[in-house]
Design a protein around this ligand. Structure first.
Ligand code: CDP
Ligand code: MG
Length: 140
């Protein structure tokens, strides 16, 4: 299995409750390395662009409101099978359906405020990493 990189976001509900360290511990305990990290506030345009794939969904406008409601932490995680591994660590989109011990089960507040984002494929990971980071921002 190849070493991969994936884009992770700690969402506004997580930064608001000071959960950056607790969530990062989950990644590091699972063997994923945080090779880039930046705290920022998304503009509405950035949120719309990042979630453009969901533009036709009923939840899109609320999601963009939510993602701009407070700071986020964008990060690049690196490790074996990092894309799938990170999604396992995060758990299902809806915290109510997520397995015990996952980030979304343990920290998520709702299907929208579910604490973390993770890329869903290596192809999207490359696009999403480039959305937030230059190659020179990443140190492994
Ligand atoms: O984040 P994930 O890839 O698991 O789910 P998604 O289907 O790509 O949806 C992106 C994000 O939209 C979710 O993480 C939720 O924050 C939000 N969402 C929502 O607010 N209501 C839904 N019914 C589905 C997703
Ligand atoms: Mg998704």
């Amino acid at each position: 299995m190849a070493v991969e990189r994936t884009l992770s976001i700690l969402k506004p509900d997580a930064t608001r409750r000071n959960l950056t360290g607790a969530i990062n511990q989950r990644f590091e305990d699972a063997g994923l390395r945080i090779v880039a990290q930046r705290r920022l506030r998304l503009t509405r345009e950035q949120a719309q662009q990042f979630y453009a794939v969901h533009a036709e969904r009923a939840f899109y406008d609320d999601l963009c409101d939510y993602m701009t409601s407070g700071p986020i932490v964008a990060q690049v995680l690196e490790g074996e099978n990092a894309v799938v591994r990170n999604r396992e660590i995060m758990g299902a989109t809806n915290p109510a359906n997520a397995d015990k011990g996952t980030i979304r089960k343990d920290f998520g507040e709702s299907v929208e405020a579910n604490s973390a984002h993770g890329s869903d494929s290596p192809e999207n990971a490359a696009i999403e990493v480039a959305f937030f980071f230059a190659q020179t921002d990443i140190a492994d």
